[in-house]
Write a protein that binds this ligand. Sequence first.
Ligand SMILES: [Zn+2]
Ligand SMILES: [Zn+2]
Length: 357
Amino acid sequence: MPEYRQDPLTGRVVIVAEERAARPHQFDIADKPYQGICPFCEGNESLTPDETAVFRRADSEPNSPGWTVRVIPNKYPAVVSGEMPINFLNNSFMHTVGKADGIGVHEVIIDTPRHVLSIAELTPAEIAGMLAMYRLRLQALRADARWAYVQIFKNVGAAAGASLPHSHSQLVAIPFLPPSLFQMLCRADDHIHRHKNCFWCKHLQSEIQSGERIVEETEHFAVLCPFVSRFAGEIEIYPKHHEAGYDQLDVVLLDELAGLFRHTIMRLEKAVFWMKDSLAYNIVLNTEPFRFEREGTKVDISSAFHWHFSILPSLARAAGFEWGTGLHINPISPEQAAKRLQDADREPPTVFRPNRG
Ligand SMILES: [Zn+2]
Ligand SMILES: [Zn+2]
């Protein structure tokens, strides 16, 4: 059983999960073409645990070919299903106990039945399916009272932690709020009490007005390089209208978001903020938690939080200074990065194939 452990002084929480050590690292043999049998490819469904959610043809059988997006439990989970200990109801349980059973949900979302690595190689319809599945899983997990927060993320490239070269996303549901998210929500909650509006709505408005860090806009969404970018080429995608939970996104906007998402990744892959052939990035979906308590009182965060995707290029591993202080050193300003991402669009298309294991 994995375990959550919290340091009482720093508030830092770690998940000790020895099961993870057994997972395959196809990327470790990156210099050779990928020879193994890929468990995520259509036709190899028997190599994975049974699907928990799926988009598939009506005439097809579960756990067989005929699907477009497939969700399975992670074979090497960081957290596992289980009964919620009663003290999980209180967000500060770990301050007194120091540890708790590592219960949660850890799933893999296979974005496509085709063996492709990059989002840029997915069709707009495939990306729309992937984004629709994110929405559906969030809705399903919100209905389970055990979970406080769900993180959906994507690791692309070995340096960003990807372990299989077939486009996939992951989802982890946990029964408490990560300390850094909790701190951010407290500030967002304070902001709305002082200013009567969502921090992100206001911020987005001024970013669009100045245009200095805007990469692209569509009718309902905006792509920008955040003012306080930790990494060269860091990108955020926001809905322009206020919305706290990604699972509340109107389905009619999925195609628009999918097109923008794909275009943004293509820009990023062409802008080359990294050393050649070592492209790697993480995508994380920041969405409203399912519950938020301050000093034991439930607080409605729906007018204070604004969902967004963050795309974080892994230019280099964090070094001593970053680990020691939590301060990032970014060698390319977000203003420059936004310009490079805009210009990248005019470059001829390239298909990026880094470390394709
Ligand atoms: Zn595959
Ligand atoms: Zn907002």
